[in-house]
Structures are given as structure tokens and as C-alpha cells.
Design a protein around this ligand. Structure first.
Ligand code: SF4
Length: 152
């Protein structure tokens, strides 16, 4: 099961997309300097297909992408929900995932148009820093491109 805490429309997390970012809890990572320590707790409401349908109905005219912020605790459910978004919207809304995994998680390229990898390491900084360990990938018809440079 995945739980979400809140959501917001954001403009910088995925380049050139207007993104509905859904903040998922129960993050299994323990990054020092975590921007949202409350997301390490198992809190919030269950994220279901019904919840996603409601969010998409409310915001789909305003957004081009939906980004799952977290979800590493249950990747099977995450992939299932991303697949639901793609199928229910016939690909008109792109899917993205901000993962804390330090490499592209297995099968993630089958369900997302964008995947961010890497835990937050204070000494290296976030995606907008040249020193960052984090990477943002674009996945297009099986082709994987590192587009981290677009975040700077
Ligand atoms: S992956 Fe993100 S939410 Fe999880 S501990 Fe690290 S910074 Fe915090």
C-alpha cells in the first residue's frame, strides 16, 4: 500500500512540464538533511486508483505530468498506479517518479516517462547542483537519456 500526505502543482521538478507532484510517505531512506522528514513516517491516506482519478479529473486540464514523489517502499503498487494513469488517460498525462534509489529501479522504465534517482547527500546537493549524485532520466520508447543538465 502507498500513502500520500499532500500534493501540489509544480513547475521545476520535471523540465518543460506542469506537474502534479504527489508526496508519498513511508520513505525507506534516511538521508541526512532530508527536506521532508515527515515523509519517512507511515502517515497519510491510502493512494488508490479512485484517489488518482479524482485528482486527474480536478487537474488534468492544468497539468501535463503527474509525479510520484517517493513510493520506494512498495514499487509494485507504484508501478500499478502509474500504469493506471497511463491507461486511463491514454498517455496524455506523462508519468514521473522521484525515487531515492541510487540506480534506475528494475522495470521502472516500463511505467514512467521520467525517473529521478539518488538519495539526497548534503555534500553533493540536489539536482540543481553540478556536484549532485542525483540524476533525472527521460524515457522515450525504451530510450533512456540523462537530462539532469536541464535542471541547472
Ligand atoms: S529519499 Fe527524500 S524523503 Fe526519503 S529520506 Fe531521502 S530526502 Fe528524505
Amino acid at each position: 500500500m502507498l500513502k500520500y500526505v499532500d500534493y501540489d502543482i509544480v513547475f521545476q521538478e520535471i523540465p518543460y512540464e506542469v506537474t502534479l507532484a504527489v508526496n508519498l510517505s513511508n520513505c525507506p531512506y534516511r538521508c541526512k538533511g532530508c527536506h521532508s522528514p515527515h515523509l519517512q513516517e507511515n502517515v497519510g491516506k491510502e493512494l488508490t486508483e479512485s484517489t488518482l482519478s479524482g485528482l486527474l479529473q480536478a487537474y488534468e486540464k492544468a497539468i501535463t505530468c503527474i509525479c510520484f514523489m517517493g513510493g520506494d517502499a512498495d514499487t509494485g503498487e507504484l508501478y500499478r498506479l502509474a500504469d493506471f494513469v497511463r491507461k486511463s488517460r491514454e498517455g496524455t498525462i506523462k508519468t514521473a517518479w522521484y525515487s531515492g534509489n541510487d540506480r534506475l529501479p528494475e522495470n521502472s522504465t516500463d511505467y514512467f516517462d521520467f525517473v529521478k534517482t539518488g538519495p539526497f547527500i548534503e555534500a553533493f546537493g540536489g539536482l540543481n547542483k553540478k556536484t549532485s549524485n542525483q540524476r533525472l532520466y527521460r524515457i522515450d520508447n525504451g530510450n533512456i537519456t540523462d537530462i539532469t543538465h536541464r535542471m541547472r
